[in-house]
Design a protein around this ligand. Structure first.
Ligand code: ADP
Ligand code: ADP
Length: 228
């Protein structure tokens, strides 16, 4: 497996206040596939994503990406791991307000030794005509497309998306999910995405249901119909 999660455990707090958030997560995702994490609020989805993303640490277990084991890495190695392997998209776009669309995406490109072609990427994102606008001149959907561009321009092995459509209306949400699928097909990145949006079900290769820190069900979507 390209992304291999083994016996991952995580608790917050100590003593009486200790809460076990992940209780031995075991999960593999093949290269280039879209894996969707579903589950009620508090089931551990964000914690799992953050551990894979190297912005939180597990108590035990391991995460392996492209044969590299994260556990035991020091801070410098973790930073390198994030640069080399990961792109992150959040519900909040977190764009730099005084930079244009193009410049926000260029910020991501500086971090990479093999960035994607920015003009081509702007076209894939549908942002060519908006590239010289700053975030306050954009709709929410356009801001999220820019954030996806910033994450994907370094051509990461894995794109992690935490509720990427959480702040968007129904129609725009569907557009954003379709864009994520297009990015997956064009650039081949492995994608792990947390969302409540039902529209995701058609584009997922693998649907993982979490409950109380455990995997309840994994559904493989063999009948996935590629977009267009
Ligand atoms: P989900 O993304 O499925 O809503 P989370 O991973 O955000 O779930 O949270 C799972 C549980 O872990 C929740 O009960 C939450 O309160 C707790 N939790 C998450 N982060 C922290 C933290 N930094 N400190 C303490 N508890 C946390
Ligand atoms: P989207 O394709 O993301 O759904 P809209 O159709 O909502 O975009 O927006 C069309 C145009 O209106 C955009 O090009 C944008 O410049 C402008 N616009 C939309 N929402 C806002 C906003 N909240 N603030 C500033 N400009 C906006």
């Amino acid at each position: 497996m390209f992304l291999e999660i083994e016996q991952l455990r995580k608790s917050y707090g100590t003593g009486e206040n200790k809460v076990e958030v992940l209780k031995g997560i075991q999960l593999g995702v093949e290269k280039g596939k879209i894996c969707v994490l579903l589950g009620p609020s508090g089931s551990g989805k964000s914690t799992l994503l953050n551990i894979v993303g190297g912005i939180d640490t597990a108590d035990s277990g391991s995460v392996t990406v492209a044969g590299e084991v994260m556990q035991g890495m020091n801070d410098r190695q973790l930073t390198e791991y994030r640069r080399k392997h990961l792109g992150y998209v959040f519900q909040a776009y977190n764009l730099i307000g005084n930079l244009t669309v193009r410049e926000n995406i260029e910020v991501g490109a500086y971090l990479s030794s093999q960035p994607l072609d920015i003009d081509e990427l702007l076209d894939v994102l549908g942002l060519t005509e908006h590239q010289n606008k700053i975030p306050s001149q954009l709709s929410g959907g356009q801001q999220q497309r820019t954030a996806i561009g910033r994450a994907i321009v370094k051509n990461p092995d894995i794109l992690l998306c935490d509720e990427p459509t959480g702040a968007l209306d129904y129609h725009t949400s569907k557009d954003i999910l379709a864009l994520i699928e297009r990015v997956n097909q064009k650039y081949g990145n492995t994608i792990v995405i947390v969302t409540h949006n039902d529209a995701i079900k058609n584009m997922a290769d693998q649907i993982v249901k979490l409950k109380d820190g455990q995997i309840q069900d994994v559904e493989m979507n063999a009948a996935k119909v590629p977009a267009e």
